[in-house]
Structure formats: structure tokens, C-alpha cells
Design a protein around this ligand. Sequence first.
Ligand code: HEC
Length: 437
Amino acid sequence: MFERFCGLVAAFVLFGTIGAVEAQTISVPAQPTFAKDVAPILQKSCQNCHRPGNIAPMSLLRYQDVRPWARAIKQQTTLRNMPPWYISRTVGIQRFKNDPSLSDDEIALISRWVDNGAPMGDERDMPPPRKFDDNDRWHIGDPDVVVKLKQEVLVKAKAPDYWADLDLEDLGLKTDRYIQAIEVKPIKGVKAVHHAVAQSRFEDEQGNLQQGLLEEYAVGKFGDIYASDTGRLIKAGTQAYVNVHLHANGEDTPVQIALGIKYYPEGFVPKHIENVQHVGDNEDLDIPPNTKNVRADGYSVLLQPARITAFQPHLHNRGQAQCLELIYPPQVSGGRAPKETVSCVDRYHFNWHIVYLYSEDEQPIVPAGTVLHVTSWFDNTAGNKYNPDPTNPIAFGQRSIDDMSFSWLSWYNLSDDEYKQMLAERQDKSKRLSASR
Ligand code: HEC
């Protein structure tokens, strides 16, 4: 069974790669213009952040805004720094639900346009302006409940970074409920909010305090909507708070944060319960000054068969790269544990906390006993642009100038039967797909 499973994964990864190549058949025009060719790409992939009042430093709405940035745009798109999406394009799973990255042809088109002098072209070719998804819109649909910080926080123009747990208003939960979708975000002072992690606090029957992760906000991330038969349990009486990391941005900035939750109907129990947890933590970090490629490993075990839905590396300023490897239990293939690397973020950018949501067809379906092996690398040299001081040795800690090493992993457990059935379905699909090629 395990060998079969591994073969299957290989087939899917391969298929993903072939699919990506096939998708890139749009040809690059010889004389691309802003109006006809470039503006649609910027609308689709850039303007959501690059517009007045949003998180990016400059607007890319109009030709006159964009023209002075042409060289930088060529550079940042060619390096694949923009739009932010740093998963390896050569290792592991290649299909995601939320991949905003440009195709090779789109990048080539932008490059050619810049090399030709970044011409405007014919005004009449301009697409109608894009309508925006605003920050104050809920991306998860209409929440059933919205709670805000009990008190706004003022981030002074100049102030040291600030970490705190801030209470949210009462969730008012009278019964246990299952969460269908959840979103947390700043609704005021976006530019001052580095992180906002909504957590839950709940006293169990024994009077023990139980705390958990509800949802993380990071620039560019807008909530989680679970699959139709999947939810997360939240117990009656649970309260929520946010762990924030705020930083000064040169002007006094009031910050307000909101958490929105959509529940399944009362009494409804979804088939699968989604977990979102730290895995592969390593708190024994020892990162010498002026050194890069410093490695740390951590391990966790999945006790039941599971379907893994998302991966998000968590590192701080010195973060350089992270990979997630799955090591399968050895009981089948003569004691030899097969293993595979499912995801690597090969150019970790501290500024960006991106959740990589696996496409349904590539979500790893793994047996009980699978070991999650998280490997991180750190760059404590001046070559790392997020490094505030390469002369310091770095250890584990909460401040962003300390470091951390773990992945946020999202998965749901399966019964043995579901596990077998899901594998069989995937194998069928894989067969059909290879037959149809
Ligand atoms: C998710 C939000 C987001 C998206 C989408 C995005 N950007 Fe950015 N961009 C930023 C932010 C924020 C910065 C500031 C630097 C940083 O934090 O990385 C930036 C920086 C840049 C810079 C460097 C500016 C400088 O000061 O040198 C360029 C050029 C750029 N973006 C172009 C683009 C282009 C072109 C696209 C689309 C293909 C794009 N960006 C998509 C948020 C975004």
C-alpha cells in the first residue's frame, strides 16, 4: 500500500509539472503595449496591493504611475519576487488553490515591454478599471459573528516593535459550534500590523485552560474557507484574543483588528475536523553570526491517517528556506521507510506569511504514523535584507529578532476506510488522466 501510494504521489507531481508547462501557450506579442498587454496583467496580479491606501509602496493603477517603475517591475517579476509566492517551482507539489504567480510568458511579456521602452500604446485598448476587493470586505462571505479588539491600539510614529495578546469582544458562544470559514484582519492601520494571530481560550470541565490557534492574518492572506464537509470545532464559552506584532511606520497609526467567523448550522457536525497546528518545532536554535545555510530540523507524528490541506513555513528575520518532508511508517516495504519532500519554500521572505493551499488533487493522503519532518535554514549574514544585525548570534525566541522554526500545517484525520477509499479514488483519477494524454 505504501509503495503504491508513493508511486501515486510521484505521478501527481509529474502531472502537475506537465500541466503547468501546457498552460503556458499564450504567445508573447512582438510589440507589447501597456494598454493592450501589460495593464490586464497588473490588474489581475498586482493592483490588489499596489493601489492607494493599500500595503504596497506605490500604485500600479495608471500608466503614469507604472512608467517610472518599469525597470523595477521587470526586475521583481523576473526574479519572481512579485507577486509574493515563494514556493519552490522544482520540488514537491506544484498545484495550489491560491497561486497568484505569473506564467513564464507573462514575465517574458513584461520584460519585452520594458526593453522596448515601456510604451503606452493605444488608449482605446485599455481594459476597464478593475473593481476591488476591499480590506473591509469579508473574503469568507458574510460572517455570523464579528468581534473587534476591546480597545484600539495607537502605534506611535516612532516606537519599538510591540508584541501583545489583546482581547477581542465576547464571542457569545452558547453551544459548541463548527467553524465553516474564518478570517482575521486589521480594519484600521493595515500598514502597522505585521502579524495578527487569532487564538482561542477556553476552560475545560476540569478547569484547565485550553488555548489554540484560530486563524492567522498576514499581509496578503484573507481567511480560510473549509471544504464543504470539513469544519473546526469551537467549544461553548470560548473567548478569542489576538497575538499581535505591531511596528511603527513613521506616522501615528490607530490599529483595530476584527475576527469574523461563519459557522455551520447549529447541531450540524461536519464529516471531517480540520486541525491547524505547529508541526516540526525546533526550539534549540543556535545560529552563529555572519553565517548562512544554518540548518535546524524538527519532527512531529500524525497518529491517524490524514489528508494534508495546507502548509505555511514559520520563521523570523533570519529565515532563509524551509522544507516539509513526509516519512512514511516502515511496516510495509521491508523496514525501509519511503519518504518524500512535499513542499519547499526556497526563498523565504520574512515580510510574507503565505499559506500554501494544496489543490484537492495533490493534497497528501498519508497513513497513520507518518512523520512530518520540517527542515529550516537560516541566513544570518548582511546578504539577508531582513536581517537587522548579522553580528549577533541568534537563538529561539518570541521577538522577530529571535528566531523560530516550525510549519503551520492544516490537515484532517481520516478513518482507515476513508483513507483506503481516498487513495483508491486518487489512483483511478491518475489512471484516467494518464490514459487521456
Ligand atoms: C500581496 C500584495 C502584493 C502583490 C499582489 C504585488 N505586490 Fe509588489 N509589493 C508589495 C509590497 C508590500 C512591496 C514592498 C516590499 C515588500 O514588502 O516586499 C512590494 C514591492 C514591489 C516592488 C519594489 C518596489 C521598490 O521599492 O523597489 C515592485 C517593482 C513591485 N512590488 C511590483 C509588483 C508587480 C509588478 C506585481 C504584480 C505582478 C506586484 N508587485 C504584486 C505588495 C504586493
